[in-house]
Design a protein around this ligand. Structure first.
Ligand SMILES: [Zn+2]
Length: 389
Protein backbone atom coordinates (compact mmCIF):
# COMPACT_ATOMS: atom_id res chain seq x y z
CA UNK A 1 0.00 0.00 0.00
CA UNK A 2 1.50 3.39 -1.05
CA UNK A 3 1.73 5.73 1.93
CA UNK A 4 2.92 9.33 2.16
CA UNK A 5 3.03 11.43 5.32
CA UNK A 6 3.24 15.21 4.80
CA UNK A 7 4.36 16.55 8.17
CA UNK A 8 5.34 19.76 9.93
CA UNK A 9 2.88 22.09 8.23
CA UNK A 10 -0.07 24.36 8.88
CA UNK A 11 -3.10 22.34 7.76
CA UNK A 12 -5.91 24.60 6.51
CA UNK A 13 -9.41 23.31 7.30
CA UNK A 14 -12.67 25.08 6.36
CA UNK A 15 -13.01 26.52 9.88
CA UNK A 16 -9.50 26.68 11.35
CA UNK A 17 -5.79 26.17 10.81
CA UNK A 18 -4.09 23.24 12.57
CA UNK A 19 -0.56 24.31 13.52
CA UNK A 20 2.34 21.82 13.53
CA UNK A 21 0.22 19.24 11.77
CA UNK A 22 0.15 17.05 8.72
CA UNK A 23 -1.78 14.59 6.60
CA UNK A 24 -1.36 10.88 5.85
CA UNK A 25 -2.15 9.58 2.38
CA UNK A 26 -2.83 5.90 1.76
CA UNK A 27 -3.64 4.66 -1.74
CA UNK A 28 -4.83 8.07 -2.85
CA UNK A 29 -7.09 8.73 0.13
CA UNK A 30 -6.54 10.89 3.21
CA UNK A 31 -6.41 8.57 6.22
CA UNK A 32 -5.25 11.03 8.89
CA UNK A 33 -5.42 14.83 9.16
CA UNK A 34 -3.92 16.84 12.00
CA UNK A 35 -1.77 14.73 14.28
CA UNK A 36 -0.20 11.98 12.20
CA UNK A 37 1.31 9.08 14.12
CA UNK A 38 4.69 7.97 12.74
CA UNK A 39 4.35 5.13 10.24
CA UNK A 40 7.57 3.30 9.24
CA UNK A 41 6.03 2.34 5.88
CA UNK A 42 5.23 5.92 4.86
CA UNK A 43 7.43 8.17 2.71
CA UNK A 44 7.87 11.34 4.77
CA UNK A 45 7.63 14.84 3.29
CA UNK A 46 8.56 17.86 5.43
CA UNK A 47 6.28 20.85 4.73
CA UNK A 48 8.76 23.12 6.49
CA UNK A 49 6.15 24.89 8.61
CA UNK A 50 4.25 26.06 5.49
CA UNK A 51 0.63 25.79 4.42
CA UNK A 52 -0.96 22.45 3.51
CA UNK A 53 -4.20 23.05 1.59
CA UNK A 54 -6.84 21.07 -0.24
CA UNK A 55 -6.18 21.19 -4.00
CA UNK A 56 -7.79 24.11 -5.79
CA UNK A 57 -10.95 23.26 -7.73
CA UNK A 58 -11.46 25.25 -10.89
CA UNK A 59 -15.07 25.45 -12.02
CA UNK A 60 -14.38 27.70 -15.00
CA UNK A 61 -11.30 27.84 -17.20
CA UNK A 62 -10.67 27.72 -20.93
CA UNK A 63 -6.98 27.20 -21.34
CA UNK A 64 -3.37 27.56 -20.29
CA UNK A 65 0.15 26.69 -21.42
CA UNK A 66 -0.78 28.15 -24.86
CA UNK A 67 -3.66 25.67 -25.38
CA UNK A 68 -7.44 26.15 -25.37
CA UNK A 69 -9.96 23.33 -24.87
CA UNK A 70 -11.49 24.31 -28.22
CA UNK A 71 -8.20 23.73 -30.10
CA UNK A 72 -9.27 20.21 -30.87
CA UNK A 73 -6.59 17.78 -29.73
CA UNK A 74 -6.14 15.56 -26.71
CA UNK A 75 -2.68 17.08 -26.19
CA UNK A 76 -4.32 20.47 -25.59
CA UNK A 77 -6.36 18.97 -22.74
CA UNK A 78 -3.18 17.46 -21.27
CA UNK A 79 -1.29 20.75 -21.58
CA UNK A 80 -4.05 22.71 -19.82
CA UNK A 81 -4.41 20.14 -17.04
CA UNK A 82 -0.64 19.98 -16.44
CA UNK A 83 -0.13 23.75 -16.60
CA UNK A 84 -2.78 24.49 -14.00
CA UNK A 85 -1.95 21.46 -11.86
CA UNK A 86 1.59 22.76 -11.39
CA UNK A 87 -0.09 25.87 -9.94
CA UNK A 88 -2.19 23.87 -7.47
CA UNK A 89 -5.38 23.05 -9.42
CA UNK A 90 -6.14 19.40 -8.78
CA UNK A 91 -9.58 19.20 -10.44
CA UNK A 92 -11.27 21.27 -13.14
CA UNK A 93 -14.10 21.53 -15.61
CA UNK A 94 -13.29 21.79 -19.32
CA UNK A 95 -15.04 25.01 -20.35
CA UNK A 96 -16.24 25.52 -23.92
CA UNK A 97 -16.87 28.62 -26.01
CA UNK A 98 -19.78 29.19 -28.40
CA UNK A 99 -19.18 27.01 -31.47
CA UNK A 100 -20.98 25.12 -34.23
CA UNK A 101 -22.53 21.88 -32.94
CA UNK A 102 -20.03 19.64 -34.75
CA UNK A 103 -17.15 21.36 -32.95
CA UNK A 104 -18.90 20.88 -29.62
CA UNK A 105 -19.39 17.21 -30.44
CA UNK A 106 -15.69 16.81 -31.28
CA UNK A 107 -14.83 18.37 -27.92
CA UNK A 108 -17.10 15.89 -26.11
CA UNK A 109 -15.23 13.00 -27.73
CA UNK A 110 -11.85 14.46 -26.79
CA UNK A 111 -13.09 15.11 -23.29
CA UNK A 112 -13.94 11.44 -22.79
CA UNK A 113 -10.42 10.37 -23.79
CA UNK A 114 -8.66 13.09 -21.83
CA UNK A 115 -10.71 12.56 -18.66
CA UNK A 116 -9.92 8.84 -18.65
CA UNK A 117 -6.20 9.37 -19.18
CA UNK A 118 -5.20 12.54 -17.31
CA UNK A 119 -2.13 12.00 -15.16
CA UNK A 120 -2.31 15.47 -13.66
CA UNK A 121 -5.44 17.48 -12.72
CA UNK A 122 -8.67 15.51 -12.80
CA UNK A 123 -11.46 16.49 -15.19
CA UNK A 124 -14.79 16.72 -13.37
CA UNK A 125 -16.96 17.34 -16.44
CA UNK A 126 -17.67 19.73 -19.28
CA UNK A 127 -18.79 23.28 -18.56
CA UNK A 128 -20.80 24.67 -21.47
CA UNK A 129 -20.26 28.42 -21.65
CA UNK A 130 -22.23 29.06 -24.79
CA UNK A 131 -23.71 28.94 -27.30
CA UNK A 132 -26.99 29.78 -25.49
CA UNK A 133 -26.03 33.31 -24.46
CA UNK A 134 -27.34 36.85 -24.85
CA UNK A 135 -25.97 38.51 -28.00
CA UNK A 136 -26.03 41.81 -26.15
CA UNK A 137 -23.93 40.46 -23.24
CA UNK A 138 -21.74 38.08 -25.25
CA UNK A 139 -18.44 39.60 -24.07
CA UNK A 140 -15.62 38.01 -26.05
CA UNK A 141 -17.75 35.12 -27.37
CA UNK A 142 -18.06 34.86 -31.18
CA UNK A 143 -21.45 36.37 -32.17
CA UNK A 144 -21.69 34.10 -35.23
CA UNK A 145 -22.17 31.04 -33.02
CA UNK A 146 -24.45 32.41 -30.31
CA UNK A 147 -27.97 31.05 -30.71
CA UNK A 148 -31.20 30.18 -28.94
CA UNK A 149 -31.58 26.59 -27.73
CA UNK A 150 -33.94 24.64 -29.98
CA UNK A 151 -35.64 21.44 -28.83
CA UNK A 152 -33.85 19.55 -31.59
CA UNK A 153 -30.38 20.73 -30.56
CA UNK A 154 -31.01 20.27 -26.84
CA UNK A 155 -32.22 16.70 -27.40
CA UNK A 156 -29.13 15.97 -29.48
CA UNK A 157 -26.87 17.55 -26.88
CA UNK A 158 -28.32 15.46 -24.08
CA UNK A 159 -28.01 12.28 -26.15
CA UNK A 160 -24.39 13.02 -27.09
CA UNK A 161 -23.11 14.42 -23.82
CA UNK A 162 -25.76 14.33 -21.07
CA UNK A 163 -23.42 12.13 -19.03
CA UNK A 164 -20.39 14.44 -19.18
CA UNK A 165 -21.89 17.93 -19.06
CA UNK A 166 -21.50 19.00 -15.45
CA UNK A 167 -22.41 22.64 -15.72
CA UNK A 168 -24.23 24.89 -18.19
CA UNK A 169 -23.84 28.68 -18.22
CA UNK A 170 -26.63 30.23 -20.26
CA UNK A 171 -29.00 33.19 -20.51
CA UNK A 172 -32.34 32.08 -19.03
CA UNK A 173 -34.29 34.83 -20.81
CA UNK A 174 -33.70 33.31 -24.27
CA UNK A 175 -36.51 31.76 -26.25
CA UNK A 176 -36.18 28.01 -25.75
CA UNK A 177 -34.29 28.34 -22.45
CA UNK A 178 -37.20 26.79 -20.49
CA UNK A 179 -36.81 23.55 -22.43
CA UNK A 180 -33.01 23.67 -22.06
CA UNK A 181 -33.26 24.22 -18.30
CA UNK A 182 -35.72 21.35 -17.84
CA UNK A 183 -33.53 18.95 -19.85
CA UNK A 184 -30.40 19.98 -17.93
CA UNK A 185 -32.17 19.67 -14.59
CA UNK A 186 -33.37 16.20 -15.51
CA UNK A 187 -29.79 15.16 -16.32
CA UNK A 188 -28.44 16.63 -13.06
CA UNK A 189 -26.49 19.42 -14.77
CA UNK A 190 -25.62 22.45 -12.64
CA UNK A 191 -27.45 25.48 -14.09
CA UNK A 192 -25.70 28.83 -14.02
CA UNK A 193 -26.82 32.27 -15.24
CA UNK A 194 -24.16 33.68 -17.54
CA UNK A 195 -23.78 36.27 -20.29
CA UNK A 196 -27.39 37.20 -19.56
CA UNK A 197 -29.36 40.40 -20.07
CA UNK A 198 -32.15 39.15 -17.78
CA UNK A 199 -34.01 41.45 -15.42
CA UNK A 200 -34.25 40.65 -11.74
CA UNK A 201 -37.75 39.22 -12.29
CA UNK A 202 -36.44 36.88 -15.01
CA UNK A 203 -33.71 35.61 -12.69
CA UNK A 204 -36.27 34.96 -9.95
CA UNK A 205 -38.12 32.78 -12.46
CA UNK A 206 -34.85 31.09 -13.48
CA UNK A 207 -34.25 30.30 -9.82
CA UNK A 208 -37.55 28.40 -9.76
CA UNK A 209 -36.26 26.43 -12.77
CA UNK A 210 -33.16 25.36 -10.84
CA UNK A 211 -30.54 28.02 -11.57
CA UNK A 212 -28.35 28.38 -8.45
CA UNK A 213 -25.18 30.11 -9.72
CA UNK A 214 -24.17 33.31 -11.41
CA UNK A 215 -21.27 32.85 -13.86
CA UNK A 216 -18.47 35.45 -13.40
CA UNK A 217 -20.77 38.03 -11.83
CA UNK A 218 -20.07 41.66 -12.79
CA UNK A 219 -18.71 40.41 -16.13
CA UNK A 220 -21.59 40.19 -18.66
CA UNK A 221 -24.24 40.30 -15.91
CA UNK A 222 -26.00 43.69 -15.79
CA UNK A 223 -27.12 45.53 -12.71
CA UNK A 224 -29.99 48.06 -12.39
CA UNK A 225 -30.79 49.69 -15.76
CA UNK A 226 -33.45 51.52 -17.77
CA UNK A 227 -35.47 49.69 -20.44
CA UNK A 228 -38.16 51.67 -22.31
CA UNK A 229 -38.30 54.47 -19.73
CA UNK A 230 -38.62 52.09 -16.77
CA UNK A 231 -35.95 51.07 -14.31
CA UNK A 232 -35.33 47.38 -13.61
CA UNK A 233 -33.08 45.43 -11.28
CA UNK A 234 -30.76 43.04 -13.06
CA UNK A 235 -28.81 39.83 -12.49
CA UNK A 236 -26.69 41.37 -9.73
CA UNK A 237 -29.70 42.44 -7.63
CA UNK A 238 -31.34 39.01 -8.04
CA UNK A 239 -28.13 37.31 -6.94
CA UNK A 240 -28.12 39.31 -3.71
CA UNK A 241 -31.85 38.88 -3.09
CA UNK A 242 -31.79 35.08 -3.41
CA UNK A 243 -30.06 33.63 -0.36
CA UNK A 244 -28.85 30.42 -1.98
CA UNK A 245 -27.87 31.88 -5.34
CA UNK A 246 -24.10 31.40 -5.38
CA UNK A 247 -21.79 33.92 -7.02
CA UNK A 248 -18.74 33.04 -9.06
CA UNK A 249 -16.12 35.80 -9.34
CA UNK A 250 -12.96 36.02 -11.45
CA UNK A 251 -10.21 36.22 -8.84
CA UNK A 252 -7.31 37.42 -10.98
CA UNK A 253 -7.18 40.77 -9.15
CA UNK A 254 -7.93 42.61 -12.43
CA UNK A 255 -11.55 41.87 -13.43
CA UNK A 256 -12.96 42.44 -9.93
CA UNK A 257 -11.52 45.09 -7.60
CA UNK A 258 -10.84 44.00 -3.99
CA UNK A 259 -13.67 46.13 -2.58
CA UNK A 260 -16.21 44.31 -4.76
CA UNK A 261 -14.89 40.95 -3.62
CA UNK A 262 -15.24 42.14 -0.02
CA UNK A 263 -18.80 43.39 -0.75
CA UNK A 264 -19.79 40.04 -2.27
CA UNK A 265 -18.46 38.19 0.79
CA UNK A 266 -20.24 40.61 3.10
CA UNK A 267 -23.59 40.20 1.36
CA UNK A 268 -23.44 36.49 0.46
CA UNK A 269 -21.37 35.16 3.35
CA UNK A 270 -18.38 32.86 3.02
CA UNK A 271 -20.53 30.00 1.68
CA UNK A 272 -22.10 32.04 -1.10
CA UNK A 273 -19.08 32.88 -3.26
CA UNK A 274 -16.39 30.95 -5.09
CA UNK A 275 -13.42 32.10 -7.14
CA UNK A 276 -12.31 31.12 -10.62
CA UNK A 277 -9.52 32.00 -13.00
CA UNK A 278 -11.63 31.92 -16.23
CA UNK A 279 -8.15 31.63 -17.70
CA UNK A 280 -7.45 31.78 -21.42
CA UNK A 281 -4.57 30.09 -23.23
CA UNK A 282 -1.84 32.51 -22.09
CA UNK A 283 -2.18 31.42 -18.45
CA UNK A 284 1.00 29.83 -17.17
CA UNK A 285 3.12 31.29 -19.97
CA UNK A 286 5.19 34.47 -20.33
CA UNK A 287 4.04 35.36 -23.86
CA UNK A 288 3.26 38.99 -24.73
CA UNK A 289 0.75 38.14 -27.46
CA UNK A 290 -1.89 35.44 -27.63
CA UNK A 291 -5.31 34.59 -29.06
CA UNK A 292 -8.67 34.63 -27.38
CA UNK A 293 -10.43 31.49 -28.59
CA UNK A 294 -9.04 30.02 -31.80
CA UNK A 295 -5.59 31.06 -33.07
CA UNK A 296 -6.78 33.34 -35.88
CA UNK A 297 -5.35 36.81 -36.62
CA UNK A 298 -8.65 38.53 -35.76
CA UNK A 299 -8.51 36.95 -32.27
CA UNK A 300 -5.09 38.39 -31.42
CA UNK A 301 -4.75 39.93 -27.94
CA UNK A 302 -1.88 41.45 -26.03
CA UNK A 303 -0.76 40.42 -22.56
CA UNK A 304 0.30 43.12 -20.13
CA UNK A 305 -0.21 44.01 -16.44
CA UNK A 306 -1.13 40.37 -15.75
CA UNK A 307 -4.21 40.32 -17.98
CA UNK A 308 -5.12 39.87 -21.67
CA UNK A 309 -6.30 43.01 -23.49
CA UNK A 310 -7.66 43.80 -26.93
CA UNK A 311 -4.83 45.16 -29.12
CA UNK A 312 -6.22 48.72 -28.85
CA UNK A 313 -6.39 48.32 -25.03
CA UNK A 314 -10.08 49.27 -25.06
CA UNK A 315 -11.10 46.23 -23.01
CA UNK A 316 -9.81 43.21 -21.10
CA UNK A 317 -9.84 40.07 -23.22
CA UNK A 318 -9.60 37.37 -20.58
CA UNK A 319 -7.72 36.36 -17.47
CA UNK A 320 -4.29 34.73 -17.53
CA UNK A 321 -4.38 33.81 -13.84
CA UNK A 322 -3.60 30.48 -12.27
CA UNK A 323 -5.33 29.34 -9.07
CA UNK A 324 -2.34 29.98 -6.82
CA UNK A 325 -2.35 33.63 -7.93
CA UNK A 326 -6.09 33.83 -7.20
CA UNK A 327 -5.39 32.37 -3.74
CA UNK A 328 -2.69 34.99 -3.06
CA UNK A 329 -4.96 37.81 -4.29
CA UNK A 330 -7.74 36.72 -1.95
CA UNK A 331 -5.28 36.51 0.95
CA UNK A 332 -4.17 40.06 0.12
CA UNK A 333 -7.82 41.18 0.47
CA UNK A 334 -7.51 40.28 4.14
CA UNK A 335 -9.75 37.20 4.35
CA UNK A 336 -8.69 34.54 6.86
CA UNK A 337 -6.93 31.47 5.41
CA UNK A 338 -9.85 29.05 6.05
CA UNK A 339 -12.19 31.42 4.18
CA UNK A 340 -9.83 31.80 1.21
CA UNK A 341 -9.41 28.05 1.06
CA UNK A 342 -13.21 27.61 0.99
CA UNK A 343 -13.52 30.08 -1.88
CA UNK A 344 -10.93 28.06 -3.84
CA UNK A 345 -11.81 24.46 -2.94
CA UNK A 346 -14.79 23.55 -0.77
CA UNK A 347 -17.31 26.00 -2.24
CA UNK A 348 -16.66 25.06 -5.88
CA UNK A 349 -16.70 21.38 -4.83
CA UNK A 350 -20.12 21.83 -3.21
CA UNK A 351 -21.51 23.71 -6.16
CA UNK A 352 -20.22 21.12 -8.63
CA UNK A 353 -21.59 18.33 -6.43
CA UNK A 354 -18.25 16.63 -5.67
CA UNK A 355 -17.87 17.60 -1.99
CA UNK A 356 -18.24 14.00 -0.79
CA UNK A 357 -14.78 13.24 -2.21
CA UNK A 358 -13.12 16.62 -2.77
CA UNK A 359 -12.78 20.20 -1.53
CA UNK A 360 -11.34 19.82 1.97
CA UNK A 361 -8.71 17.92 3.91
CA UNK A 362 -10.96 15.35 5.56
CA UNK A 363 -10.30 11.72 6.33
CA UNK A 364 -11.83 9.58 3.58
CA UNK A 365 -11.64 12.20 0.84
CA UNK A 366 -9.35 12.07 -2.21
CA UNK A 367 -5.80 13.07 -1.31
CA UNK A 368 -5.77 16.21 -3.47
CA UNK A 369 -3.21 18.26 -1.56
CA UNK A 370 -1.19 21.41 -2.23
CA UNK A 371 1.83 22.51 -0.19
CA UNK A 372 2.99 26.12 -0.50
CA UNK A 373 6.43 27.52 0.25
CA UNK A 374 7.22 30.47 2.53
CA UNK A 375 6.29 32.90 -0.31
CA UNK A 376 2.96 31.11 -0.90
CA UNK A 377 4.18 29.70 -4.19
CA UNK A 378 3.20 26.10 -4.93
CA UNK A 379 5.96 23.71 -3.90
CA UNK A 380 4.13 20.36 -4.03
CA UNK A 381 0.93 19.03 -5.58
CA UNK A 382 -0.72 15.64 -5.06
CA UNK A 383 -3.68 14.45 -7.10
CA UNK A 384 -5.38 11.46 -5.49
CA UNK A 385 -2.15 10.81 -3.65
CA UNK A 386 0.12 10.91 -6.70
CA UNK A 387 2.84 13.58 -6.60
CA UNK A 388 2.59 15.79 -9.70
CA UNK A 389 5.02 18.42 -8.43
ZN1 LIG B 1 -15.35 31.78 -19.47
Amino acid sequence: MAKTAILNGRVVLPDRVLEESGVLIEDGILTAVGTVTPDPDAAVVDAGGNLILPGFIEAHLHGGGSSDFMDGTKEDFETIARTHCLHGTTAMTATTLSAPYEEMKALFNLYRQAAAQSKTAQFLGVHLEGPYLSQELRGAQNPAYIRNPTKEEVDRLMRDAGDIILRCSCAPELEGADYLAAAMQEAGVVLSVGHSAATCAQILKAYDQGFRHITHMYCATPSIRKINQRVYGGVVEAAYLLDDMVIELIGDGRHIPPEVLRLALKLKGEDGVFLITDAMRAAGTDVEESYLGTSRPENRVIIEDGVAKLPDRSSYAGSIATSDAVFRNACDCGFPLPVVSKLMSLNPAIHLGVQARKGSLDVGKDADVVVLDANRQVSQVYVRGRAVK
